[in-house]
Design a protein around this ligand. Sequence first.
Ligand code: NAP
Length: 317
Amino acid sequence: MKKILITRKLIKESEEKASKTFKSIFNSNDEIYSQSKVIEMSKGCDGILTSLTDKMDQETINKLPDSIKIISNFAVGFGNIDLEAAKKKGIAVTNTPEVLSNATAEIGILLILGACRRAAEGIESARQGGWKWSADYLIGKQLTGTRLGILGMGRIGQKIAKIAKSLGMIIHYHNRSKLNDDKEDGATYHDNIKSLFSVSDVLSICCPATKETENMINKETVEYFPKGAIITNVARGDIVEDEALIDALNRRKIYAVGLDVYKNEPNLNPGYLKIKTAFVLPHLGSATKDTRVAMANLAIDNIDEFFKTGNCKNKVN
Ligand code: NAP
């Protein structure tokens, strides 16, 4: 049996599956391991099942024991892992695509609704009491007929587009490559972000965090949006330059934000907390039981497939 270090506590069913499949080292306290602890604990192991809280940078990967042949990430995103460094050391990296797309798209829609309909202020008022219904009380932005820009129309982006369309939104998107008609499903393609942002009454960020997308929302690009636009991010915090977005919110250039992900999680920029129209969630994208079990099972299956066949369909490096 292969020996696998599982860096974070999984849901019970998944740990049972891991126990049957490998000689597994579990993290019963769900402590977040330091990089040096991951290196230490992986001695004698064949693989590591990591989470987005594990920073597997070049230095960490280079110090891993030579017995490690696979890092199976318990997420579709893999910005926490230096793919090149892993490849150089002969370590395969895998992710868990598709199984979390529905759950994450639901949160993507919640961010759009929450930001457009002033849910943060509404919740605060309802909890405090003393509010009074009136014709102009907490007037928000209606989704019907509003243009939704999707930055990264992949698996999650397409699901958000489908739901948003059913709510009457008009879909625009930007990817590096245009989708076929079937996947586009009537959405309008923009071959650059300036063009996309300029028609986005609401933006949904759904692309991965990469060197290319890092700080794509910045001081310059925030000016491309129509005045009073809404920006939502269900992808990764690294895509947003927080100071630029907070400044745009304070100037009312941007009307509201809906955010699930942040730079330096869990320490989001405190500037967001001072903004009433910021609808903020603590990285809940894939947080449903069915999805978390499906993700863990896929992460386990990826390791199993890799050791049985020498390859894996979800290998990303
Ligand atoms: P995906 O299917 O690979 O879709 C990514 C899309 O982004 C593709 O359409 C891709 O199109 C586009 N893209 C990539 N690089 C780009 C660039 N430089 N400029 C413009 N577009 C670019 O991925 P997915 O499964 O939908 O997941 C997307 C991201 O969501 C993940 O990477 C992850 O970080 C995040 N996520 C967050 C949560 C959460 O809990 N909040 C949960 C799951 C996933 P092209 O290749 O044609 O450019």
